[in-house]
Design a protein around this ligand. Structure first.
Ligand code: G4P
Length: 196
């Protein structure tokens, strides 16, 4: 997705060989116009998948998840990382370990917002090791619903998550796939001839 690639090049900061800072348009400050385009692109890529609901995770998944849901004409639900005061009963939960942060969170979604008939599109901002997406898919499974696909804004292809999810048979669509962050430079996957 050209607009996203430009944003990453112009406003992203390579912090290390593994971490890309995108707080100027995705993780902290959010570019609404970019999010509109992100939503349209997700809707285009999943238009034939009969999506009935978008599932994402707080906090940075909410903006792209909301815009995808708007374009697809379905509701969006976000998994919580902390227990809510009012959300206490009938929770579907999964344990998500972050290798990046070396911490484990129990994520939760109220059972009442996922029906067995739902065909769910999982959306997240980053795909690194894939643990958040796997946790969300586990919650979908616990609801008796179906994961129709996984949409990612930025995939770091040099980490294991993309392969892990595709090997499990999930349809994964990433709007930007980063091959490398070495030497302070962002290289996208298609630039090295592997295709999108
Ligand atoms: P995984 O789900 O793919 O296994 O990812 P991982 O545990 O490694 O990532 C944990 C958190 O770090 C996630 O955000 C993820 O979006 C973020 N993250 C991973 N790699 C990068 C990166 O290169 N750049 C940036 N900016 N973030 C990265 P989170 O803790 O859930 O934060 P938030 O959604 O509340 O903002």
């Amino acid at each position: 997705m050209e607009l996203l690639h430009q944003k990453i090049i112009n406003e992203g900061k390579v912090l290390s060989d593994h971490v890309l800072k995108v707080d100027a348009f995705l993780n902290h400050q959010i570019d609404p116009q970019l999010m509109v385009e992100v939503g349209k692109e997700f809707a285009r890529r999943f238009q034939d998948d009969k999506i009935t609901k978008v599932l994402t995770i707080e906090s940075s998944g909410i903006a792209p998840g909301l815009m995808a849901a708007l374009e697809l004409g379905v509701p969006v639900v976000f998994a919580r990382k902390r227990k809510s005061l009012t959300l206490v009963n009938d929770l579907l939960t999964a344990s998500v370990h972050s290798f990046t942060k070396n911490e484990t969170n129990e994520i939760s979604v109220s059972q009442k917002f996922l029906e067995p008939t739902d065909n769910v599109l999982i959306i997240d901002d980053f795909l690194a090791n894939g643990q958040a997406a796997i946790g969300l898919a586990e919650i979908v499974e616990k609801a008796g619903a179906t994961t129709a696909g996984i949409g990612i804004v930025i995939e770091k292809s040099f980490q294991d998550g993309g392969k892990l999810l595709r090997d499990k048979g999930f349809k994964v669509e990433s709007l930007a796939r980063i091959q490398s962050l070495q030497d302070g430079k962002v290289t996208f996957l298609e630039e090295v001839g592997v295709g999108r």
